[in-house]
Ligand binder design. Sequence first.
Ligand code: BJW
Length: 301
Amino acid sequence: MAPHNDVEAFHEVLRSSRRILALCGAGLSASSGLPTFRGAGGFWRNYDATQLATVRAFKMDPGMVWLFYAYRRHLALKAEPNKGHKALAALARRNPDFLCLTQNVDNLSQRAQHPPSQLKCLHGSLFDIKCSNESCDWMQKGNFDDPFCAALAPASVDMPNGEPLPLLDPYHRVKHITEDELPKCPQCSSGLQRPGVVWFGEDLDAHMMMDISAWLRAQPVDLMFVIGTSAGVYPAAGYIDKARKLGARIVIINLEAEDEAEMFKVKPGDFAFGKDAAEILPVLLEPIIGKPNEEGEFEKP
Ligand code: BJW
């Protein structure tokens, strides 16, 4: 059997694969300059990013949690989709049987022209706003205001000459933002507006989950990409085993994928590429999407 990182052997498998699934995580957007959740980039000020992504944190200090999200909205708006997002979008345009599940909330796959019907945003979007009152169904899609509101302006500052943003320095005191300074829900007038993302303990969108289940049930899956994710958050990570049970070979693309400690995840017939997703995806997908043009775009079919 060819080694797990043999690009030519992978191309053979790709050419004979029709139904393809992908699960993407923060590593896909790392080359666009967006931090990941775990590991070195996983701290914001002195907070663990995964602790801020909780209902509990929002209830305790909505102003601080909003600053975290306002900063990430600003960063995502300034970032550009990378070659990895573009290569996946090109694969989707060429193969209607390719479905991409992304845990990312940064809107970069959409901005890379990924066909919306072939993209499921498992954890919502930084640019959707909803009401924090669980009994209120108000939601606003596609809010790109930056700053989101006057009190959150410190999160939208661009420093000259790449100087670090004071807000990111844990020793820099930030003015406490009170609930009165944050926008209220226009429908129920009682809840605070909050980011339309999925926090720990919250359900993923039921319609989206049913669509994904229906796609999985329809026919066997030939190949599944697991891209730039630590694959430790459920139900997202559970799709890897589901696809495997449906016959899929797994291809893991992650900076750590070929580390000794990670190799137990690579079963016979699987592939693992310990590379930057933005660099390796165009190489791996070339038999289907071709080479990018001079502007770095993959031609539309
Ligand atoms: C590169 C790279 C480069 C770097 N190129 N690679 C079953 C078992 C156990 C627990 C559960 C279970 N089912 C549900 C749970 C509970 C919980 C859960 O999973 N807990 C785990 C911690 C165990 N799940 C939930 O609560 C979910 N809800 C749910 O299941 O509801 C039903 C329910 C309710 C109540 C009780 C039980 C069930 C909701 C999960 C929501 C996750 N939300 C977040 C925040 C979203 C908003 C935001 O963005 O702020 O989603 S947390 C965070 O983790 C975010 C991410 O999408 C997610 C995954 O992170 P990701 O993308 O993998 O990032 P990293 O940083 O972990 O990894 C990056 C990787 O990239 C690294 O490996 C790098 O090496 C690599 N990399 N640069 C390629 N250039």
